[in-house]
Ligand binder design. Structure first.
Ligand code: BGC
Length: 382
């Protein structure tokens, strides 16, 4: 597992931890007691499950998160003139999220990104997953973590309004081994950042890779592409892929390729140099930080509005996806038609298909370990 997974091997330490957690487990605060946090009904799933929408306000930003898919539904941030707009793609109502869409704002898991041919062997046992992105498995399968209703509770955090969403994925769900207990906590901090903390434990070894799939367009409500946004990535290397987007196993320098974003560069500047259909960026970059502790990963600047989002993460990789498969078939917020390159994703992650590559950071969580991941998206304007 990553450097953040901790073993619970030593008995005295485990006992002490247990006593401490008993001492600090308190009932969650009442919603009204958490400043900047509110909740409203967001409708029901087709099975009649109620979905809530939490609103978190702090500093200059407002974030909305739905319990369906632990989905970031909106991030409202000011531009350089103070004009506030929603900078994420998605829908105005739950119906849109219940329909077909490419993971707008969703929490993706149990394993974000692809597993080659939907098959893997772990501890001598073979597992088969749904092939929902032929010939591979993508983002946890047919009913991934983006398609379930999470439980939610307010959190009284010194950092700002927060909501903790939890989901227990049963042994065998979507073909994965082990019952996995997952918590994702969304906090909006006073310095205009959305912080997402993930934690998980399992009772059987399982591959695990949790991420958020927010699509950003810093232009806000405007109907435009992100090709003029300037991107910086703190990555000197990337993982080249085959034509089904599965890593070859190589870890190559970005130098001399259109993936070299070590200096801020417009996303559209070299996009035409990329091969393949539908064309565009859909690559895992290897962060120079190597993961393990929170470090700067990426910055996006929109010269038109001056908005900036700066991403930090504890993960070793980021999938930079330039919305290549957006084809106008999703009509989103305010009737906006999402066309190719109208949004970009920066998905903090372990490298795709890690389970098949011993040279990639280990993505297996074992019983007794706790998976932890933190990713922060901080907003500003200049
Ligand atoms: C993947 C893309 C995929 C998109 C939406 C990204 O994480 O890398 O290939 O099309 O998610 O599903």
């Amino acid at each position: 597992m990553n450097a953040f997974a901790s073993g619970a091997g030593r008995a005295p330490a485990a006992l002490l931890g247990c006593l401490l957690s008993l001492a600090i487990v308190a009932p969650p605060p009442a919603l009204g007691d958490v400043k900047g946090l509110s909740k409203m009904g967001f409708g029901k799933t087709k099975d009649g499950e109620a979905v809530d929408l939490y609103t978190l306000r702090n500093g200059k930003i407002t974030v909305k998160v739905a319990t369906y898919g632990a989905t970031v539904v909106a991030i409202e941030a000011p531009d350089r003139d103070g004009k506030v707009a929603d900078v994420t793609l998605g829908f105005d109502s739950l119906d849109g999220y219940l329909g077909e869409h490419p993971y707008f704002g969703a929490t993706v898991g149990r394993v974000a990104n692809r597993i080659a041919k939907g098959k893997f062997t772990l501890d001598g046992e073979a597992y088969s997953l749904a092939i929902n992105n032929p010939p591979n498995t993508l983002h946890g399968g047919v009913k991934g973590f983006n398609r379930v209703v999470w439980k939610a509770e307010p959190v009284d955090s010194p950092e700002g309004p927060a909501v903790k969403m939890t989901y227990t994925s049963k042994d065998g769900e979507e073909g994965y081994p082990g019952t996995l207990t997952t918590a994702v906590t969304f906090t909006v901090t006073a310095d205009d950042a959305l912080k997402i903390d993930y934690a998980a434990t399992t009772d059987k070894a399982t591959p695990l890779n949790l991420s958020n799939h927010a699509y950003f367009n810093l232009g806000g409500d405007t109907d435009s592409s992100i090709l003029d946004h300037e991107l910086t990535l703190a990555a000197s290397k990337y993982t080249p892929v085959d034509d089904t987007l599965i890593p070859t196993g190589a870890i190559d320098p970005v130098e001399g390729t259109p993936l070299d974003f070590r200096k801020a560069t417009a996303i559209g500047a070299r996009i035409a140099e990329l091969e393949g259909e539908p064309g565009g960026y859909d690559h895992n970059v290897v962060l120079d930080s190597k993961g393990g502790s929170l470090a700067f990963a990426a910055r996006v600047y929109d010269p038109k509005t001056g908005r900036v989002v700066e991403m930090s993460t504890t993960e070793p990789g980021v999938q930079f996806y330039s919305g290549n498969f957006l084809d106008g078939s999703n009509v989103g917020k305010k009737g906006r038609v999402y066309k190719k390159h109208h949004g970009l994703c920066l998905e903090a992650q372990h490298f795709p298909d890690s389970i098949h590559h011993a040279n990639f950071p280990d993505s297996v969580l074992r019983p007794g370990e706790t998976y932890k991941q933190t990713t922060v998206y901080k907003f500003s304007a200049r």
